[in-house]
Design a protein around this ligand. Structure first.
Ligand code: AMP
Ligand code: MG
Length: 335
């Protein structure tokens, strides 16, 4: 059985975990909280550098044999990615074990499939910087639709900041929205399968300026943005004839978004999967787990190819691990 160490630190959360095929064995994290405003990439990287030793030693303490070290190679904030990649390279050299560079978005998807037992879902991936609808086809996760400007998490965080609320703003907007009653029309921007959120943030700020209550604006913001996301997800399910929907990314913790997707899935007879909140947000276990899948299908990353990729897209990755799993399954069925 392989034992893999995973390191995550693309943005606000520095997190390490050790996993094997059966479970998450150890996990530890240290969270960067900006003193004011949004995430400052250099400050976040300094936070990660200061906390790395403590976080890694908490997950490694009782273990003698790690088979590989996986790290988030991108997408993410350059300074944060570089700090964590440097630590991963150092561990790989010191422990004489392979390095596995992992795409952060795909790690969100694979830990969700693992945790929930989803086989071939349409995935709605909604985090700070990213908002994408994806599905697997012919060796890759294809991006079927995505935001054309900012991620939904950033949109919520920006609006929350405007209300004087601290980072992360998503949960605070959710709480205010639960007390809103009046629906205010805000820009609903779906272009084909793509989405745009920046006009929504501006219009929500304008609504406050003309005296609308903040609870009502938060409510309307969520109703509008989440309906856009649900519409695009539904269209992907309909076009592809898929029977499963998987939610991934930190914004997935939002109960209203979960509710809308659940209703859509019920209407279409699809199954809806939501991982535990700790595996929705950025976490080391997802990096370790995708690292394990890649390592076991023979994919490792030589040091000279381990440079970070701040704009690393999920559809750049050739997915070897799913075909390996299929082959193993068909061999077992033949036996
Ligand atoms: P991630 O980058 O995947 O860790 O997700 C972080 C983003 O999730 C931040 O933008 C948070 O504001 C957002 N978020 C966390 N919890 C919630 C929630 N309950 N509702 C909406 N957004 C949330
Ligand atoms: Mg993420």
């Amino acid at each position: 059985m392989s034992l893999i160490l995973g390191l995550e630190g693309t943005a606000w959360n520095l997190s390490a975990a050790v996993v094997n095929e059966e479970r998450v064995v150890h996990e530890a994290e240290a969270t960067y909280k900006p003193a004011h405003g949004g995430i400052h990439p250099r400050e976040a990287a300094q936070h990660h550098a200061a906390e790395l030793r403590g976080v890694v030693s908490r997950v490694l303490k009782s273990l003698s044999k790690i088979d590989a070290v996986a790290f988030s190679q991108g997408p993410g904030m350059g300074p944060c990615l570089r700090t964590v990649a440097t630590a991963a390279r150092a561990l790989s050299l010191a422990l004489k074990i392979p390095l596995v560079g992992v795409n952060h978005c795909l790690a969100h998807i694979e830990i969700g499939r693992w945790q929930c037992g989803a086989e071939d879902p349409v995935v709605l991936y909604v985090s700070g910087a990213n908002s994408q609808v994806l599905a697997y086809r012919a060796g890759r996760y294809r991006v079927l639709g995505e935001t054309l400007d900012i991620g939904i998490g950033n949109a919520l965080d920006k609006f929350a900041r405007h209300l004087g609320l601290s980072h992360p703003g998503g949960p605070k907007v959710e709480e205010l929205a639960s007390r809103g009653t009046k629906f205010i029309h805000l820009p609903y921007v779906v272009k084909g399968m793509d989405l745009s959120f920046s006009g929504l943030v501006t219009a929500a700020k304008d609504a406050l300026k003309v005296g609308e209550e903040k609870e009502d604006v938060c409510y309307s913001f969520q109703e509008t943005a989440f309906a856009m996301l649900t519409e695009v997800t539904e269209r992907a399910v309909a076009h592809l004839g898929k029977e499963e929907v998987l939610l991934a990314g930190g914004v997935g913790a939002n109960k209203r978004l979960q509710g809308m997707l659940q209703t859509m899935c019920c209407d279409r007879g699809a199954r809806f999967f939501v991982p535990d909140a700790k595996y929705l947000k950025d976490n080391g276990a997802m990096i370790a787990y995708l690292g394990l899948l890649m390592f076991e299908s023979g994919e490792t990353t030589p040091i000279e190819k381990s440079a970070v990729k701040p704009n690393f897209r999920p559809d750049e990755v050739e997915v070897g691990w799913r075909t390996v799993a299929l082959k193993a399954l068909s061999e077992r069925l033949e036996e």
